[in-house]
Design a protein around this ligand. Structure first.
Ligand SMILES: [Zn+2]
Length: 75
């Protein structure tokens, strides 16, 4: 999927973009969706493979608007 530019997403209220993340527990990659309209954020989401809780720390690239996620073990 082609990353969206910020000019394409500005003005939308609910813009969810897929981001590939690696589980810090099992090492598997899976796709999660980030609402980029809320900007930088963090939340906890269960791994789609091993179901353990992962802290997702989201940052938004100010030039491209592309979200990036750092993962760490929630517990
Ligand atoms: Zn996992």
């Amino acid at each position: 999927m082609t990353p969206l530019r910020i000019s394409q997403i500005t003005g939308d209220r609910n813009v969810e973009l897929p981001v590939e993340v690696q589980c810090p527990f099992c090492g598997e990659w899976f796709t999660t969706f980030v609402d980029v309209s809320t900007g930088a954020q963090s939340y906890t989401e269960d791994c789609q493979v091993c179901c353990r809780a992962i802290d997702m720390v989201v940052s938004i690239n100010p030039r491209t608007g592309a979200p990036r996620i750092a993962t760490r073990r929630a517990y």
